[in-house]
Write a protein that binds this ligand. Structure first.
Ligand SMILES: *Cc1c(COP(=O)(O)O)cnc(C)c1O
Length: 398
């Protein structure tokens, strides 16, 4: 019998990184601003070219990129930032860190923004919109950009988990004013920790570069924007959220792998989705028409599971076969369940998002898995659902 696949390990770092890391270990040249053409600068140039944008700024995490973006937009203290309620706790945290106030909009059973609630909450009190493409799921960006434009508020994309995703063939993370990506180990490109922000706006780029910690005249090591830098010199705080050269070497070595990881991840996801959708008890919401996904995990809903006890029984049955399933809302203290973000104070209940979180399952599905691994996972999940809910006979065993 096949063994349960390990879905947690990352892929090995490509050998191309070794010689450069050796060089850095020998020279000790780890700080991005010591030499010209340091690995962090080269990464910024590579990433900007890959995404087709004018500016990229590599920093210590996606959270830091989101924080610097909000600061670079020069939002007043107390500014209200509208976000989807299905996201990771780091996102409302970055907003709080930037002295702004997160406002949560409902998310539907398809993991995407509920546009009616989004439009209702996008009133004159909202200063910015931050769209978290949670688990790589893309909400209707056409509608979001149109509604935000009509209100004259900027759209920031949290594309932490969306590297390689397309919308009408355009790269996610380049649709809004600023896009932010993560290189934390559970994302498509892994340097342990790290993030990068991309924009075409020279003022935002200049302000973010200075605030990221380009103290004194270190901004001269960034291309372009010299007038903006002169203007902002000494006028902005230095938050020191720079990336170090070792991380940049790890990221650069993986950029040539991105296309393969995207293709394989999508094929794996769609294969497992087909098997899960054949069960009457499991459903994988389809992508929106303009969206081409780049998944490294799969989310699906438990259908007809009337009680939390049934959902727990499904988790236990899958676990007994070697497959761990997270149901976002069922585990205590889950960082993706908005009711656990107590640092926000009192937040209104969001019944749609809550209902989704209580039945939405999450299984990692890294691009390196084999067909045998995928069959193992899908079979275990379908069997677990059948064990709890019975064989589909048209007369559900409720
Ligand atoms: C991982 C993640 C983040 C946080 O990224 P860090 O680099 O760990 O700060 C934010 N948003 C989403 C959607 C994520 O998946």
């Amino acid at each position: 019998m096949a063994l349960a696949p390990n879905v947690y390990d990352a892929e090995p770092i490509p050998d191309a990184a070794r010689a450069e890391i050796d060089r850095l270990l020998t020279s000790g040249d780890l700080f991005r601003y010591t030499s010209e053409n340091a690995p962090v600068s080269l990464l910024e140039a590579d990433f900007a070219e890959m995404m087709g944008v004018r500016y990229a700024l590599a920093v210590s995490s996606c959270s830091a990129a989101l924080f610097l973006t909000l600061k670079a937009l020069d939002l007043p203290a107390g500014a209200r930032v509208l976000i989807p309620a299905f996201t990771f706790a780091a996102v409302p945290s970055a907003i709080v860190h930037a002295d702004c106030v997160p406002v949560l909009a409902e998310v539907g059973a398809d993991y995407r923004l509920d546009l009616a609630d989004f439009e209702a909450k996008l009133d004159d009190t909202i200063d910015a919109v931050l769209i978290s493409h949670m688990r790589g799921h893309t909400s209707d960006m056409d509608a979001i950009l149109r509604l935000a434009e009509a209100k004259g508020v900027p759209v920031i994309e949290d594309a932490a988990h969306s590297l390689g995703t397309l919308w009408h063939g355009r790269k996610i993370g380049t649709l809004g004013r600023v896009g932010c990506f993560s290189f934390q180990s559970y994302k498509l490109v892994n340097s342990g920790e790290g993030g990068i922000m991309v924009t075409d706006d020279p003022e935002i780029a200049a302000r973010a570069i200075i605030m990221s910690g380009a103290y004194e005249h270190n901004w001269k090591k960034h291309p372009g924007m010299q007038n903006s830098f002169h203007h902002w010199q000494n006028k902005l705080p230095l938050y020191n959220m720079r990336m170090n050269n070792l991380s940049a070497v790890l990221v650069r070595a993986q950029l040539p792998e991105v296309a393969r990881r995207v293709t394989d991840g999508r094929a794996n996801h769609d294969y497992v989705a087909g098997l899960l959708n054949a069960s009457p008890w499991l459903s994988v919401p389809p992508a929106l028409a303009p969206e081409e996904r780049a998944p490294d995990s799969i989310q699906f809903n438990l259908d007809g599971f009337a009680t939390d006890a049934e959902a727990h029984a499904f988790q236990a049955a899958a676990k007994a076969q070697g497959v761990s399933v997270q149901v976002f809302g069922l585990s205590e203290d889950n960082a993706r369940a908005y009711w656990n973000w107590q640092f926000l104070g009192e937040t209104a209940d969001l019944p749609k998002t809550r209902a989704m979180l209580m039945r939405a399952c999450d299984v990692r599905l890294p691009a390196r898995l084999t067909r045998e691994d995928l069959d193992f996972i899908a079979t275990a999940l379908v069997r677990a659902a059948t064990e709890v809910k019975g064989q589909a006979t048209g007369v559900a065993a409720e």
